[in-house]
Design a protein around this ligand. Structure first.
Ligand code: PMP
Length: 384
């Protein structure tokens, strides 16, 4: 079985697995304890913070470890809005964000906050003009992802950051960097990003660990209260072994980014050519695509049917984001882009990892060809 669902999760790197096992075997201390064992754990934790800070080119004190990007996004959005005391109660986000951003905003709305969800252009890119036009006098936060997890559309984060701050320097910018980190360059300082979410399991680290970059001076209302860990922003005994493993993954992801992106881009180009060969498929073509995601639709069929056919042919792919995979509802992202229902219910995402080889790509192309030949005659039989 070949896994082409790396946007959902990636296989842990062997060095990461080894590191986690070693730390778990040797260190049993609680980093908050003041005895030797606690101090050793605390040292490992702080060293991991330094490693992650280096990978993001920020200060160690600006890193908050979390249980993953869902928590990072929740902490960024709810933390800013609940912590703000200047009466600003409006959020600007987009219609194509991950559910952890979308649902955080929805929850805040139930508490009396307001959100504007900006529509993307038909290629899946959010226009900076449109986004900034939604900013009001009472806007506290703009939240936008770097790379869309479904279509791979890269958003103009640098331009948004620059123009947002000259429009109103008191509006904070949060970027969900989950799909961009380790694949695309992003200078957090130059882009004036105040908060940045990342997840370790998307870059060959363990599941259940992420981080939130919180620019020095940005105030957040903590979502977890207790022992005051993580600078008071996230109470709870830290998952030291996994954090040390995650730090290794962050370092590897940052160090190998340029070569990884170049290799993925070449593989993506091959797959794009293969998709274009089939009239039955419609390639989703963002103006600026991320190197690791290829998305297409197969109108007349349900995503699940295509996905399972590819699975029978030995290929693991996904329909929508993993978090929405179990529903048969039209994709929220494709619907926002103006795609008709028959497209919004027949999307397939192929996502690449850094361990894929030329031969894997050849096998995937072959399987795609077989799947299309097998399924094209069945089009229209499903109730799209
Ligand atoms: N944001 C994006 C863009 C994602 O793709 C994901 C993972 N599906 C998340 C946030 C949530 O990350 P995690 O699985 O670490 O909670």
């Amino acid at each position: 079985m070949l896994n082409f669902d790396h946007a959902a999760s990636t296989p842990a790197h062997p060095d990461v697995i080894r590191t986690i096992a070693e730390v778990m075997a040797v260190h049993s201390g609680n980093p908050s304890s003041i005895h030797r064992s606690g101090e050793a754990a605390s040292k490992l934790l702080e060293r991991s913070r330094e490693v992650c800070a280096e990978a993001l080119d920020v200060k160690p004190g600006e890193i908050v470890f979390t249980s993953g990007a869902t928590e990072s996004n929740n902490l960024a959005i709810k933390g800013v809005m609940l912590g703000r005391s200047d009466g600003r109660r409006h959020i600007v986000t987009t219609q194509i964000e991950h559910s952890s951003v979308y649902e955080s905003c929805r929850q805040l709305e139930s508490l009396g906050f307001e959100t504007t969800y900006v529509q993307p252009e038909s290629d899946g890119t959010v226009s900076t003009d449109r986004l900034l036009a939604a900013v009001r006098q009472d806007t506290a936060l703009v939240s936008i992802m770097h790379v869309n997890n479904e279509t791979g559309a890269v958003q103009p984060i640098e331009e948004i950051g620059r123009r947002l701050k000259s429009l109103d320097s008191r509006v904070l910018l949060h970027v969900d960097g989950v799909q961009g980190f380790g694949r695309l360059a992003l200078d957090l300082k130059a882009a004036s990003i105040d908060l940045y979410s990342v997840s370790a399991h998307k870059i060959r680290g363990p599941r259940g660990v992420g981080l939130l970059f919180v620019r020095e001076g940005v105030r957040l209302f903590p979502l977890l209260s207790g022992g005051g860990q993580e600078g008071g922003l996230r109470a709870g005994t830290e998952n030291v072994a996994s954090i040390v493993g995650a730090a290794k993954a962050f370092r590897l992801a940052a160090e190998g980014r340029t070569e990884r992106a170049a290799k993925m881009k070449a593989f993506r180009d091959t797959l794009v050519k293969e998709v274009r060969l089939h009239q039955a498929l419609t390639l989703t073509e963002p103006i600026k695509p991320a190197p690791h995601i290829v998305h297409f639709t197969f109108p007349g069929l349900k995503s699940q049917v295509i996905l399972h056919t590819l699975e029978e042919l030995g290929m693991l792919v996904s329909a929508q984001s993993a978090c929405a995979a179990k529903t048969e509802k039209p994709s929220r992202v494709l619907s926002a882009m103006g795609r008709e229902r028959e497209h919004a219910t027949s999307g397939i995402r192929l996502s690449l990892g850094d361990e894929h080889t030329q031969e894997d790509i050849r096998l995937l192309s072959e399987a795609l060809d077989k799947a299309v030949r097998r399924l094209a005659p069945l089009r229209g039989e499903s109730d799209n």
